[in-house]
Ligand binder design. Sequence first.
Ligand code: PMV
Length: 353
Amino acid sequence: MKTNCFFYRKKKYYIPPNGVVTRKSYSNIALIKYWGKQNNKIQIPLNSSISYSLGEVYTVTRLIYKEKKKSNLPIRIFFSGKEKTSFLPKILEFFHRISLYCSYLRNYNFTIETYNTFPHSSGIASSASSMSSLALCIMEIEKKLVSSLKEDFFLKKASFLARLGSGSACRSIYPGLVVWGCHQSIKRSNNLYAIPYPYDVHSIFTKIEDTILIVDDEPKKILSSKGHQLMNNHPYARDRLKCANKNMNKLISILKIGDFQEFGELIEHEALTLHAMIMTSRPYFLWMKPNTLNVIHTVWDFRKQSKKNIYFTLDAGANVHLLYPIQEKTFIIKWIYSDLFAYSKKIIESFCL
Ligand code: PMV
């Protein structure tokens, strides 16, 4: 089912006067990057993307709902215990967008209490984990109203709602490899919500470490929402789209046969293509910092000498994700702390769920 109306919830239900729901949701790292949105549509991607959800890096959201008192502002947000009025415009827009599909939300005032296990807006997808945990909380409310709600629908709609908050958030609803966006080679893939990757995966790709080097923990100066916009009228947008589609086909066979070297080269190429897109936008930007490049070159040198399977990917920021099979962890993690620590403010030992 691939139409928005599948998710409408207009009928009148018993509305509990107040309550609290809590959900945790993980961040994710894209292997094939979502970059650019279709014109005049809400959060519909230009290309399909695939990510791993990540252990250790997550957001916990507690959503307190109370029967509406007319004069109140409908939403208050607390991040790590501090009220954050600066988050309000994005959250209000999100609630506005989803109210069509969750009409019961109009009955309440909300307090959102949330915290991350990692710095927000620093290139680790904080909007993915925060929007997906909020969407899961909202679905917990819907579950209280509709006792017959099935788990499969719960997750699909959570992904659909999360997408309306932040595109990549729709992939954080599921563990493992997750696909969002219509691709001719992936059955049931669609633009409205993410799906778990539906094909066989070689065992080497089921236990992958992701060590994240926080090169820069300041909030990003160019938000990804701005970057997506710059893909409209981007001189290389069409080629990027073709390349992302081809890369997805390549990845499907790589995942099946278990070729880690091909996998690594593909994800590094994707990461550098994403950065090339932002560097060649008008206006142009640069997310990498000198230490991003220091890490990349050191990884390349190490790989050449040691023949170890370690590859990087990047998000829309300066931080570096290092992906390698769990079997090689003992040797590689020691090397990361000895040779890359100097370039990082913090190292987060995560893994692909
Ligand atoms: O979900 P957004 O709008 O923050 O976009 C994120 C896009 C990338 O993180 C750069 C790539 C991806 O697919 O996650």
